[in-house]
Design a binder for this molecule. Structure first.
Ligand code: GLA
Length: 734
């Protein structure tokens, strides 16, 4: 067992990390330690026994002025009981009071991984070394209790947490905040790394030292969002890719979230992560429960690359159980950028034929195939093929694509509706909108009310009808606007604080009802590009479209930021035509190919408009990707340089788990310092092994490649790309 309980101390061990908690003399659960592996011995000596004047002391502490909930590190903090930091919980009790003080009641330890009944979680595979600890804390007065859930993935060095609230009080409670995880560090000397952005520029990397007060990021858009990602790193100020302490916190949730790192007046740090409490109020009748989404935590003593490897491994192996997770992902061509809404069967078939000749394996028909959807203003919601564009509907088109020896894929955006649609005309009450107010539109669409069971049932049926008619091998599931006017006509006025969360619960139900019943279909997530790229989505979608921005240079920062938590095999990345739609930038075809190989590779262009030279290059890169796609998807990924640094190039590397093969990619960004000698320092190789590099004609030791590096060819123009294959020889250097 990797979880031990002894003398009131809980110790969770993974291969390289330890997490410890202790039941205090008054029954509060204290957080003691999370960091490099230590023994199971109690480390509570780290709590100073000093009187913090002006802090309150709980009644049971009597004359002990040292014992204060605000000064002691808490595992699940109380509310309205003298801990003034961001709380784990806020609620209104049946008597109108806000107090909650959780005290230890009981615990259980068992082998395996807990699951939640309403929310997606990571899961343990057969024979996985995973253990679970459940601790129940109860308020002695109201009897409201919370079960804290912890699972360890021993070899993967991941600890997951969640919390379930039980209303065992005598009346109805109003839950206003329930954090999934909260823990207190005794100091504040950390940098916070988070990932911000917007549509077309997702997951830009931000790093700043924590300051006193609340350092907060989050989303209040009804989705995890483009603007902040529910993944945050805290690390030492000098932590880099190879060295230093780093902690990751990844919320497995696709809706509103908050991450707080509060540095208090004693320069201690409280971390709290969970559902955003804004406009959140869940009524729980006596006996009802509420589940908080899971947080996946990782700790690395060896810098950011190691932290990323932990997340990459867990997301590749323990998030989604689709057979596609470990399969070779098909190279696809998508109709959106080449045609938008303007296509017919013939045009699509011609495109598929040309794509097939280039080695493409999957043809994806994007938006515009259904209802009256000839632009963004109508038809959304009517999931019936437009026979004028597609005679014989989807099965007929899919059949033709299959005859060419390709797979066929289809776009859906089930959560949305145009007002000009049959669905909206039939059910105007099925959208989120505030009574007596005109609804705000985005992209000419409204958001369906997924908190309603009838809407969920309809969507499951409507999408399944198309899929069950046959021919579809892949689905792109899009979500293209944020919600506001969040009000459901299905629920009474005093339950509107539940709608944001009920929407997400509805979404997961729909995904279960469609994805789990079609295991032969590869599902890709999307949200105006990468606006809902989170751990929970990865439990359904083995891959997610990373960004609508297909400009190779913009993609350098987008993919770099995404890689901190999410593995490369989850990132949809395509070659598009130049100049690209958003940035109007033109870069060489090879550069587009090299950046698109940083993910599940595909094309977003019309082969009919390509030059002969581009067509030749296309076949070359398609073949190259096929040769290396297993290494790219399942190898260890290293960020060799940052696109934000003042360097000429951005480079990254894939290394097979057995260290025998590697691929190094670099894109030059800056020619202002052309004559500087640039070396790409490789990582992850065996120092004493010899490696062959066909592109340079050299044979070099792992030590040389890592310490001296590969010399980047001189005098290359801006936005050029390089790719080096590295293959281990059977000889050692000594
Ligand atoms: C979103 C997606 C695009 C495309 C369009 C279709 O913007 O990110 O890839 O599917 O919707 O409307």
């Amino acid at each position: 067992m990797s979880i031990v309980y002894e003398n009131g101390v809980f110790t969770l061990q993974t291969a390289h990390s330890t997490y410890q908690m202790k039941i205090s003399e008054h029954g509060h659960l204290l957080h003691l330690y999370y960091g490099s592996r230590i023994s199971d011995a109690d480390v509570s000596y780290l709590i100073p026994r000093v009187v913090r004047s002006h802090e309150s002391n709980p009644a049971e502490a009597g004359e002990d002025r040292v014992y204060s909930l605000c000064a002691y590190p808490q595992e699940f903090s109380s509310n309205d009981a003298g801990d003034y930091r961001v709380p784990s919980i806020e609620l209104i009790n049946p008597d109108g009071s806000y107090a909650f003080v959780g005290k230890y009641r009981t615990h259980t330890i068992y082998h395996g991984k807990y699951r939640l009944s309403t929310l997606p979680t990571l899961f343990a595979r057969q024979n996985e070394n995973a253990d679970t600890l459940e601790i129940v804390l109860e308020d002695e007065v109201t009897h409201v209790s919370v079960k804290l859930l912890y699972s360890t993935f021993y070899e993967k060095d991941i600890i997951t947490r969640s919390a379930i609230l039980y209303n065992s009080s005598e009346g109805e409670i109003r839950l206003q905040r329930l954090m999934s995880a909260s823990l207190d560090f005794m100091t504040c000397d950390y940098d916070m790394i988070d990932f911000f952005g917007h549509h077309y520029l997702e997951r830009q990397t931000d790093r700043h030292p924590l300051t006193h007060g609340i350092n907060e990021i989050g989303s209040f858009r009804g989705a995890s969002g483009h603007f902040h990602n529910p993944f945050v790193i805290l690390c030492d100020h000098n932590t880099d890719e190879d060295r230093g302490n780093a902690y990751g916190f990844c919320l497995m949730y696709s809706g509103n979230f908050v991450f707080d790192a509060e540095v208090d007046g004693y320069s201690q740090t409280r971390v709290a992560m969970g559902i955003h409490p804004k406009q959140f109020e869940f009524k729980l009748a006596k006996g009802e429960t509420f589940e908080a989404p899971e947080v996946a935590m990782a700790y690395s003593a060896d810098g950011l690359s190691e932290l990323s490897h932990r997340y990459h491994d867990i997301f590749r192996e323990n998030a989604c159980d689709s057979k596609f997770v470990s399969a070779q992902r098909p190279i696809l061509i998508n109709s959106w950028e080449p045609f938008y809404f303007s296509f017919d069967s013939e045009k699509l078939i011609r495109t598929a034929e040309s794509a097939k000749a280039l080695g493409v394996e999957l043809f994806v028909l994007d938006d515009g195939w259904f209802g009256t959807r000839n632009d963004g203003r109508s038809g959304l919601g009517d999931w019936v093929a437009n026979e004028q564009k597609l005679p014989g509907g989807i099965p007929a088109l899919a059949d033709k694509i299959h005859q060419m020896g390709m797979k066929f894929g289809l776009w859906f955006e089930p959560e949305m509706v145009n007002e000009d649609s049959d669905l909206y005309r039939a059910h105007p009450d099925w959208v989120l909108r505030v009574p007596n107010r005109a609804p705000s539109r985005s992209r000419h669409q409204l958001c369906l009310d997924l908190s309603r069971p009838d809407v969920c049932a309809h969507l499951i049926q409507a999408v399944n009808d198309v899929l069950d008619a046959g021919g579809v091998d892949y689905v792109k599931w899009d979500y293209n606007r944020y919600v506001c006017d969040v009000y459901s006509q299905y629920y009474p006025a005093n339950r509107q604080g539940e709608i944001y969360h009920r929407y997400i619960l509805g979404l997961y139900k729909i995904l279960d009802g469609i994805i789990k019943t079609h295991p032969h279909i590869l599902f890709e997530g999307c949200s105006g590009g990468g606006g809902r790229f989170d751990g929970a989505m990865l439990t359904y979608f083995p891959q997610i479209w990373c960004s609508d921005n297909t400009d190779a240079i913009s993609r350098l920062t987008i993919q770099y930021g995404t890689s901190f938590a999410y593995p490369v095999c989850t990132m949809g990345a395509h070659i598009s035509a130049c100049p690209t739609k958003k940035t109007k930038r033109t870069v060489p075809f090879k550069t587009r190919a090299v950046t698109a190989m940083h993910g599940t590779f595909g094309y977003e262009l019309d082969p009919a408009k390509m030059s002969e030279e581009e067509i030749d290059e296309c076949s070359e890169y398609t073949t190259f990707y096929k040769k290396h796609r297993v290494l790219i998807a399942y190898g260890d990924y290293y960020r060799l340089s940052s696109p934000y640094d003042d360097s000429i190039f951005t480079a990254w590397q894939f290394v097979s788990k057995d260290r025998g093969q590697s691929l190094v990619c670099a894109v030059t960004q800056d020619i202002s310092i052309l004559d500087r000698n640039c070396y790409i320092h490789l990582r992850g190789l065996e120092s004493d092994s010899l490696y062959e590099i066909p592109q340079t004609g050299q044979t070099l030791s792992g030590a040389a490649l890592q310490n001296i590096g590969i010399l980047l060819p001189h005098t290359q123009p801006q936005y050029n790309a390089f790719i080096f294959e590295i293959k281990k020889l059977n000889t050692k250097t000594i």
